[in-house]
Design a binder for this molecule. Structure first.
Ligand code: FES
Length: 106
């Protein structure tokens, strides 16, 4: 399976992903610009992505903790999610995400 990620510079990357991995882990392991400071513990919001509208509704609902963290970012949108909370599966093959400024390493 693959995910399609647009980075902060607008460059589009097709990344090979693995069933059961978190989107954040795939993005990080392919070397894209994602801070993911807490390593996936849902406590930092530096893995914040915008999900392409058509895909957003296919994701399980965000937890209250995730929603609170998204709310704390300055660049949130209605399709914001934390990529460490997106568990990849065959149903999400082709998932399109955009890396946000708040996810960038400084
Ligand atoms: S990596 Fe920290 S909330 Fe996702």
């Amino acid at each position: 399976m693959k995910i399609v990620v647009t980075d902060q510079a607008g460059e589009v990357h097709e990344l090979e992903g693995l069933d059961g991995w978190r989107a954040m882990e795939v993005i990080r392991d392919w070397g894209l610009n994602i801070k993911a400071e807490c390593g996936g513990a849902c406590s930092c919001a530096t893995c914040h992505v915008w999900v392409e509208e058509a895909w957003y509704g296919k994701l399980p609902a965000a937890s209250d903790d995730e929603e609170d963290l998204i709310y704390s970012t300055l660049d949130q949108k209605p399709t914001s999610r934390l990529s460490c909370q997106i568990l990849l599966s065959e149903e999400l093959d082709g998932l399109q995400l955009t890396l946000t400024p708040s996810a960038a390493q400084t």
